[in-house]
Design a protein around this ligand. Structure first.
Ligand code: HXC
Length: 519
């Protein structure tokens, strides 16, 4: 006999209640571990009341190892869509309380469906990860599921922003999908990432290491560089995701929104020049320069604890989102090394893919010399930076603050790599190398030929000679290699003027399948 409508409604309510963990038992398990539930996380990242859940009743079909008795509506991942500051986004959130958030075929299909919708509709996707990786009971079906997710991550790369949040012990396949996305957020003491966990490492190599030391936020922020943002609690982390989404365009066919924070365009910063010592051996913190130039001093710094000789992040100039790339003289004198090149190159490529102009601040003594750098591939890694800047077709603005030597001078987005506006401060030194090194090479014989008591005087004269000729911005300016030598305090208005002029920039690459970036 057909059921009454009221009964049918009750059935639906029961099913939805099961999916939503309405008795709160699973939530309690998660809270005991100091973690939020999958749904609480979604509520924090999306605008209140905007979440629409999909596939809440989907279940796995696995019958191995008694799995037919362990079915959960939704199968351990909450998927759907909603809005962030009114703009559509897609989201999935893994539920560790169901089989450790492990990924089986049904679970994977739910994520793939959301990935397909996000790509088709040109909206960002946020993946909240809290998972033990491939569901061991499902075997090859779980591997197949991951493969499909990775494939979609790659197809969506450069088309829609993809953001991963790591809020649990993520192992195996659970970390490769985040690695294929644009930005990884981690919460200190909550999120871990590793391909193989401490137990396997102990068995295979005998090494003893805790989960946190191996794959905690600190390890990935400082050592591996795998994470881009670290927060101390989940609420702050999801606020951070919202801030990033607000800054980015929804997809590669749109421009980022212009948001006026009321900072005056022609604001001059009279102490800006004085922040940078004219003695190029003295250091200073590049953050002090950036914060005086950008709107309201705000920089959303990315990977602040990794390759600290290079500072990257998002800021606004005259309301427009920009990507900042800057040498940091306060760390390893701001030289370029493998990690700094990798860090900046990937960021430049992201900005280029999503129509975000690049603003580069240069104070670079060159590449870090040394056997370790050479043998670990600085040639290949350093080339990534050249490749990324040269390939980028977004507006590119460069400000040379002080040192700009050798290959590093080119790699920091000079005119030859397609910089649209090349500005320099009066203390800029654009040369093949610093005067002391240069004089020691080209005048070595003159110095040696001088009487012993005269050698240091001759050397000083030769250094001065080289400095007078090259260690200034005027030779480069006289040849058109820089467009303007400006007073430091003018930096902000000049950059904003240039950005406005470049608004309609059209630059296309030759037709090709893709370039062959050194990886
Ligand atoms: C099925 C899993 C699981 C998994 C955890 N569980 N991981 N079930 N498949 N992969 C289950 C546990 O059996 C347990 O169930 C519950 O989830 C919670 O797990 P605990 O171990 O109690 O939690 P915790 O102590 O916090 O440890 C979390 C963990 C650990 C570090 C993630 O569970 C772990 O090491 N899991 C295995 C990780 C792993 O090796 N995954 C496969 C990777 S291979 P009960 O019923 O007891 O509550 C892979 C291949 C993909 O992913 C390759 C693609 C490139």
């Amino acid at each position: 006999m057909k059921k009454e409508l009221s009964e049918l409604m009750r059935d639906l309510d029961v099913k939805n209640a099961q999916a939503a963990d309405s008795d709160g038992k699973r939530a309690a398990k998660q809270h005991e571990k100091g973690k939020l539930t999958a749904r609480e996380r979604i509520d924090l990242v999306l605008d209140p009341g905007s979440f629409v859940e999909t596939d809440a009743l989907q279940e796995h079909e696995c019958v191995n190892f008694g799995m037919e008795k362990q079915k959960f509506p939704g199968d351990g991942v909450v998927t759907g869509f909603g809005t962030v500051n009114g703009r559509p986004v897609y989201v999935f959130s893994q539920d560790f309380t169901i089989l450790g958030g492990s990924l089986g075929l049904a679970f994977a299909k739910k994520i793939m469906k959301i990935q397909d919708m996000a790509l088709q509709n040109g909206a960002p996707i946020i993946g909240i990860n809290d998972s033990g990786g491939a569901r061991i009971q499902e075997g090859v079906d779980a591997l197949h599921g991951y493969g499909g997710i990775f494939f979609r991550n790659v197809r969506a790369s450069g088309v829609i922003p993809q953001i991963s949040v790591i809020v649990g012990p993520c192992a195996g396949g659970a970390v490769y999908s985040p690695a294929l996305t644009d930005f990884i957020f981690m919460v200190n003491g909550v999120g871990n990432m590793f391909i193989t966990g401490p137990q396997v490492i102990k068995q295979v190599t005998g090494e003893d290491i805790s989960q946190e030391a191996l794959g905690g936020a600190k390890a990935h922020a400082e050592k591996s560089g795998n994470t881009h943002f670290v927060f101390n609690d989940e609420k702050a982390c999801f606020d951070g995701v919202r801030t990033l989404i607000e800054l980015l365009p929804s997809n590669n066919m749109c421009n980022p929104e212009v948001v006026d924070w009321g900072d005056t365009i022609d604001r001059m910063e009279s102490d800006l020049g004085g922040l940078v010592p004219t003695d190029s051996r003295k250091s200073y913190d590049i953050h002090d320069v950036i914060s005086r130039v950008v709107d309201k001093g705000w920089l959303m710094e990315i990977q602040p604890d990794f390759a600290r000789n290079m500072v990257i992040g998002f800021a606004r100039l005259g309301g427009s989102a920009v990507g900042i790339v800057a040498n940091q003289p306060a760390w390893m004198a701001g030289c370029l090394d493998i990690d700094a090149s990798d860090k900046a190159a990937r960021f430049i490529r992201f900005c280029d893919a999503f129509n975000i102009p690049l603003v580069t601040f240069v104070d670079v003594p060159g590449y870090l010399p040394g056997k370790a750098q050479e043998h670990n591939g600085i040639i290949r890694h350093g080339a990534k930076l050249l490749f990324a800047f040269a390939e980028a077709t977004v507006p590119k603005l460069t400000v040379t603050l002080r040192k700009s030597y050798g290959g590093a001078s080119i790699a920091m987005a000079n005119k030859d790599l397609g910089c649209d506006f090349m500005l320099a401060w009066p203390q800029a030194e654009i040369a093949v190398m610093g005067a002391e090194g240069a004089a020691g090479i080209i005048f070595r014989k003159d110095i040696q030929a001088a009487a012993a008591e005269d050698q240091s005087r001759v050397k000083a004269e030769k250094i001065q000679e080289y400095e007078d000729l090259f260690c200034n911005p005027y030779v480069a300016a006289s040849k058109g290699y820089i467009d303007m030598v400006i007073r430091p305090e003018e930096t902000r208005p000049r950059l904003i003027q240039a950005l406005r002029v470049l608004k309609g920039k059209r630059d296309t690459l030759p037709p090709r399948k893709h370039g062959n970036e050194p990886l």
